[in-house]
Write a protein of this length. Structure first.
Length: 123
């Protein structure tokens, strides 16, 4: 009987801690710093070219000056968590390089994953 009571009290204490009442799971206020969407893709050198590693890729919000960044991986892949909004991508280019292909305006909604974007740089 004492074991059952102890187990029930332990379970009740665990549930009380886990069920944080009065606080929403997801807060939609502008002050909320959660990042529910993702912009992801691959950076290539030239059309049909090799992936580019180690480059800074920045998602710049069209409304305001918010900027979210990532670095391309060894496979050229990048993933940038962002809050909902409209974005454009900027790439850290080296001297003589220019952006050949970009996805344009990227519209991220709540919990969106905008994947498989291709960004191409070249000379």
């Amino acid at each position: 009987m004492k074991r059952r009571l102890a187990a029930a009290l332990a379970l009740a204490a665990t549930m009380a801690i886990a069920c944080r009442t009065g606080q929403p799971i997801y807060d939609r206020t502008p002050e909320n710093q959660q990042t529910p969407g993702t912009i992801a893709g691959i950076l290539y050198a030239g059309v049909g070219g090799d992936p580019v590693a180690g480059r800074g890729i920045h998602a710049v919000a069209l409304a305001g000056d918010r900027r979210y960044s990532a670095t391309s991986s060894v496979t050229g892949g990048f993933s940038i968590p962002v809050p909902p909004g409209k974005y454009r991508l900027e790439i850290d280019l080296r001297e003589g390089e220019r952006l050949l292909r970009s996805p344009g305006t990227i519209d991220i909604n709540e919990s969106d994953l905008d994947a498989n974007l291709e960004v191409v740089i070249g000379e």
